[in-house]
Design a protein around this ligand. Sequence first.
Ligand SMILES: Nc1ncnc2c1ncn2[C@@H]1O[C@H](COP(=O)(O)OP(=O)(O)OP(=O)(O)O)[C@@H](O)[C@H]1O
Length: 310
Amino acid sequence: MASIITVSGLTKSYASGFQALKGVDLEIEEGEIFALLGPNGAGKTTMISIICGNVRATGGSVTVAGHDIVRDYRGSRSAIGLVPQELHTDAFERVIDTVTFSRGLFGKPRNDAYIEKILRDLSLWDKRHSKILELSGGMKRRVMIAKALSHEPRVLFLDEPTAGVDVELRRDMWKLIGELRQTGVTIILTTHYIEEAEEMADRVGVIDKGELILVEEKTVLMKKLGRKTLTVVLAEPLAAVPPELAEWQVALKADGHEIEYEFDTRAERTGVSSLLRRLGDLGIGYKDLNTQQSSLEDIFVSLVHQEKAA
Ligand SMILES: Nc1ncnc2c1ncn2[C@@H]1O[C@H](COP(=O)(O)OP(=O)(O)OP(=O)(O)O)[C@@H](O)[C@H]1O
């Protein structure tokens, strides 16, 4: 698939000297939903703000739909819709006016049919004459999305679309984002919630301390996340894995004092109890057992360690 955004060697140092981005490379494919995950202060908002032209990069380059964000700011910006973290819109304005006005800001000719379509798609049509202040929190978020879509962007950025919203509204947002993708728009969202990435994304990028430490297909990442490692601490060390254990593909660790077995927690049969039974049948005694989940945290940590070691 073709890239719609290309980020190359992107760096950002704030005036304080703080380095918020340390050389990020990333390609976003047209039509995908990409989730950017990372802890507080990782650099997610900084990166989005640079791509959208609200913050100036210190180094590197970005193109959006073929337009360089500095040399051709207008071209790149008109390809982007941004739903920022904070909801700010004029409380006294009416829904239809604020959305129509947003389109005008991009110099696009009036298109009532298109505005009606997005308001209908976002279930705001019945509220089109309401003032923003009369809307619920969930509807206000929808208005922000309608504004961001008003000029027909090819890419939509959602900065923490479900921060601080209740579970029901979160599910609504997920459904809505799924529907938006059907219209062909490329979606990039930032989130702290792994479930959000699990629910929505085609690919996931993990950013930590200004570095993109992982970019992976969601399904691959979830496979890793669903895995656990069972460690069996043996009573007596083994010189080799007995052939009777071949079907579990165990590994011998700690100079033969431990057996490690990796299993999928989501599988109907994890193989754990049959492995322990087989050990019993073989007369292989053990002193202790423990299991460890491979969490996103683990993936974070091991990647950061690998990077440091390198
Ligand atoms: N204008 C600024 N001046 C100096 N430092 C800044 C500025 N804006 C952001 N930072 C710092 O840059 C780092 C990255 O911030 P950023 O907002 O990009 O993180 P984030 O990943 O979006 O975090 P969060 O999940 O909390 O929104 C933080 O340490 C932040 O304090």
